[in-house]
Design a protein around this ligand. Structure first.
Ligand SMILES: Cc1ncc(C[n+]2csc(CCOP(=O)(O)OP(=O)(O)O)c2C)c(N)n1
Ligand SMILES: [Mg+2]
Length: 410
């Protein structure tokens, strides 16, 4: 199988429609689920269903990226699915479904206790990751925090490397040492995530400042964080610095109204929003619903367009709701810290279902395409889990590598 002669830029995310524009056999287009070459007929069928959708296709093999995830071998089919790179409504749906199905699988497998890391799920919040990342390119930077699967996947992170990371395996994106809260895939601009609340906000500002210093004026940085992180001191220092230097950063606050089990009431004065505070720092800031992916994508695209045109930092506060417990795969509604009616009201606004219904009403999605998408994604998730489970743990000798030196390692 011949690899694509001119490898796609940064992160190899050529999908669907692009596949129809080249001789797929010569270019080495693969079905990312099966790893098999894709025929022009397959691609044509997919395009007929919706430009750019249906058959998840990637081009050629990717060279291992320095510092990127292991497990990508030149000359072999790419190892994982990422989001589809387009921004059509159907692409947005596939990205959300992909995140949902990957996380549902993690939740189902978690009780086996083979994944030994704390794991925070984004189920119910997918529209924000999908909508914002659709407006970003592979060169753009993204940072996240403890609840990061959705951002990693929406930015194009390697699912196999993520699964392996959750299983603590050597093929994981952090070599099995970080777990769910330390995902990274620099090959697609996902610079990382850290569970110390607020801590990736200044790191993202630093990354954007560094890009500016290097003259990389086309590079935008998006930083995802929660409402709790917006209460840290470093958040205010960071947005002030970004404002002073007019850095091209989109700050994205996923306001799910809770910091662990504490609602907003005891944390913030009545009537003052996070957006109000940010406006006080002089940033354009907007507060909006985070459940409908197309308006989220439109808001993000407009803001990122302004950043690319040389505008200073902007802030989006997007309201959303997590369905599961703060940390772990179970429901926690029975604990009583959040009312069951509140949860039910948000559940009726499931971002995946809302968008699915809109696509159906518009005649873009039908049962057959829905089934096809689920089957394709299901196979990709199966393959990622199998890869993770089959991968080796790091060698014992690796234990202290890349961690701060200790007495024992000196
Ligand atoms: C500096 C710091 N303080 C406290 C914690 C414990 N902690 C972990 S997640 C979290 C809540 C974060 O809430 P939010 O930023 O709203 O994110 P969400 O979990 O709602 O997505 C807290 C307090 C921490 N990890 N780091
Ligand atoms: Mg929160």
């Amino acid at each position: 199988m011949k690899a694509f002669d001119a490898p796609p830029a940064d992160g190899d995310r050529g999908f669907g429609l692009l596949a129809a524009q080249v001789d797929t056999a010569a270019a080495g287009a693969y079905n990312i689920a099966s790893g098999q070459p894709v025929s022009p007929r397959d691609v044509t069928a997919a395009i007929a269903a919706e430009p750019g959708c249906g058959v998840p296709v990637r081009f050629g093999a990717r060279e291992p990226q320095p510092g990127g995830p292991p497990g990508l071998v030149a000359g072999q089919p790419p190892q994982e699915s990422t989001r589809m790179s387009g921004t059509t409504p159907l692409h947005l749906y596939r990205t959300m479904l992909y995140i949902r199905m990957a996380e549902e699988r993690i939740a189902a497998l978690y009780p086996e206790q083979e994944m030994r890391c704390p794991t925070h799920f984004s189920i119910g919040q997918e529209a924000i990751a999908a909508g914002v990342c659709a407006a970003l390119g592979p060169r753009d930077y993204v940072l996240s925090a403890h609840r990061s699967h959705a951002h990693y996947l929406a930015k194009g992170g390697n699912l196999r490397a993520m699964m392996a990371e959750l299983y603590g395996k050597d093929t994981g994106c952090a070599r099995g040492k970080g777990g769910s809260m330390h995902l990274v895939d620099r090959s697609v601009g996902f610079l990382g995530c850290v569970p110390i609340v607020g801590s990736t906000i200044p790191i993202g500002v630093g990354a954007a400042f560094g890009a500016r210093q290097r003259g990389e004026t086309d590079r935008v940085t998006a930083i995802f964080f929660g409402d709790g992180a917006a209460e840290t001191g470093v958040f205010h220092e960071s947005i002030n610095f970004a404002a002073v230097h007019r850095l091209p950063i989109l700050f994205v606050c996923e306001n799910n109204f809770y910091s662990v089990n504490t609602p907003m009431g005891p944390r913030q004065p009545e009537g003052r929003t996070i957006t109000d505070i940010v406006r006080g720092h002089g940033l354009p800031a907007e507060r909006a619903d985070g459940q409908e992916v197309e308006p989220v994508a439109a808001l993000a695209a407009a803001a990122i367009g302004r950043l690319r045109a040389g505008g200073g930092p902007e802030f989006l506060e997007l309201e959303t709701y997590r369905w599961l417990e703060h940390c772990g795969p179970a429901s926690d509604i029975a604990l009583g810290y959040r009312p069951a009616e509140e949860f039910e009201a948000w559940r009726r606004r499931d971002p995946v279902a809302l968008h699915r219904d809109a696509l159906r009403a518009a005649g873009v999605l039908d049962d057959a395409l829905e089934a096809q998408l689920r089957e394709d994604i299901g196979r990709v998730v199966d393959a990622a889990v199998a890869f993770a489970k089959d991968s080796p743990f790091p060698e014992r000798s690796e234990l202290l590598a890349n961690v701060y030196p200790t007495q024992a390692s000196r």
